[in-house]
Design a protein around this ligand. Structure first.
Ligand code: TPP
Ligand code: MG
Length: 410
């Protein structure tokens, strides 16, 4: 045995630092249409390659090609574009509202709109998402009222969560959107548990777990995979690889596994890697995984390859840790522009209609904002009652809390 006496740790470094030339040569991109579409009952070991490639439908020219194309109608596609544009407009107004002091905090989806918007369309009513803070498209694409989202962001008197959650941590049982937890990765075990419960009850509803690249380093992620694998839980295990976890590049959490999708293989879970900026590909892959779950074939792990174009949150400044022009160099493009191009190519859309739709959507968002602001913002107008702090946790309030509530005057 060789003993050099000079051990050292390997600490992965991002390819470029601020001031450098953006470089995505590490992102190996398969040609659109090149990756096969296996049967949904394929075994994980028979489709290993799919965890290392990237499933894509939209070509550079905007055509939908290959075996993962052709699931959506013309109307579905136009609606999908509208959802992504709405999420983008919503983000832009709420970022502004945060700068105006109307809320303390906001997190945007810029560049990642296709992931949550297209995924939602693969689920049925009654299915349950366990999202992170970057999947508001699940609500938008399910027609959850924007006013309710804004009421939550403002923590105003109409906030459905009564001021008890950080802004953007929505919750809606009816819309299949489980309460967001600020403690990353907890939702992964919850999703698998919920899916197991659904199977135990012989129900037909499935669950979707959501996590970011960075948070897969948490042990909850791995525990969830063990249970999903052992009990073949009807769950879709989503990993959104947007290249960054605040200031930490994805190479840290990924470690030596090559891709995040490959994590599934060690657990015997079929794993797919998909172009997260391709609305059609995301939808097709999500449908494949949903069908597996519904047919009781067990879990699927999906890695969405995308890029976080904006700052992590309103408390972050990415110029401190990545080149300012990095997003322009991102090779998978912009999800809104790519779907727009596809629709125009097929004669279903035009530049004029796009401009008009943008104006209509902005009006809708502003109208929702006005309505929400009638019920107050962070510093002005109506707010939830202090009494609400004490409600909604215990079915029967314990004596010490009752005493605290009395002390507070409620
Ligand atoms: C258990 C836990 N650790 C750390 C944090 C602080 N934190 C909030 S977001 C974040 C980065 C998460 O990155 P990623 O999982 O890639 O998701 P993304 O923000 O890119 O969507 C961190 C470290 C937290 N909220 N919870
Ligand atoms: Mg991330």
């Amino acid at each position: 045995m060789v003993d050099t006496g000079h051990l050292s740790l390997h600490v992965p470094e991002p390819a470029v630092r601020p001031g450098g030339q953006p470089d995505f040569s590490n992102v190996k991109i398969a040609r659109a249409g090149a990756v096969p579409r296996p049967n949904v009952d394929a075994a994980a070991e028979d489709i290993r390659d799919l965890a290392y490639s990237i499933i894509r439908v939209l070509s550079r020219d905007g055509e939908a090609v290959g075996p993962w194309a052709d699931l959506l109608s013309d109307d579905d596609l136009r609606t999908g574009l509208r959802h992504m544009m709405t999420l983008r407009a919503f983000d832009s107004r709420m970022l502004m509202a945060q700068r105006q002091g109307k809320t303390s905090f906001y997190m945007q989806h810029l560049g990642e709109e296709a992931v949550s918007c297209a995924f939602r369309k693969a689920l049925n009513k009654g299915d349950m998402n366990f999202p992170t803070y970057r999947q508001a498209g699940l609500l938008i694409a399910d027609d959850y009222p924007m006013v309710e989202m804004m009421n939550q962001i403002y923590s105003n008197e109409s906030d459905p969560l009564r001021g008890r959650q950080l802004p953007i941590m929505y919750s809606s049982k009816e819309h299949g959107f489980f309460t967001i937890s600020g403690n990353l990765a907890t939702q992964y075990v919850q999703a698998v548990g919920w899916a197991m419960a659904s199977a135990i009850k012989n129900d037909s509803r499935i669950a979707a777990a959501w996590i970011g690249d960075g948070s897969t380093a948490e042990s909850d992620f791995h525990s969830a995979l063990v249970f999903a694998s052992t009990y073949r839980a009807p769950v879709i295990l989503n990993v959104v690889n947007n290249q960054w976890a605040i200031s930490t590049f994805q190479g840290i959490a990924r470690g030596g596994s090559g891709t995040f999708a490959a994590r599934g293989l060690g657990f015997g879970i079929p794993a797919l890697r998909v172009d997260g900026n391709d609305y059609l590909a995301v939808h097709a892959v999500a449908c494949w995984a949903a069908e597996r779950a519904r047919r009781n074939l067990g879990p699927t792990l999906i890695e969405y390859v995308t890029y976080r174009v904006g700052a992590h949150s309103t408390s972050d400044d990415p110029s401190a840790y990545r080149p300012k022009t990095e997003s322009e160099a991102w090779p998978l493009g912009d999800p809104v522009l790519r779907l727009k191009k596809h629709l125009i190519l097929r004669g279903l859309w035009s530049e004029e209609r796009h401009v008009q739709a943008e104006a209509e959507i902005t009006d809708e968002v502003i109208a929702a904002q006005r309505k929400a602001e009638e019920h107050g913002t962070m510093h002005a107008g109506g707010r939830p009652s202090v009494r609400d702090i004490f409600d909604g946790v215990y079915a029967e309030m314990p004596p010490h809390l009752r005493r605290q509530r009395q002390k507070a005057g409620y």
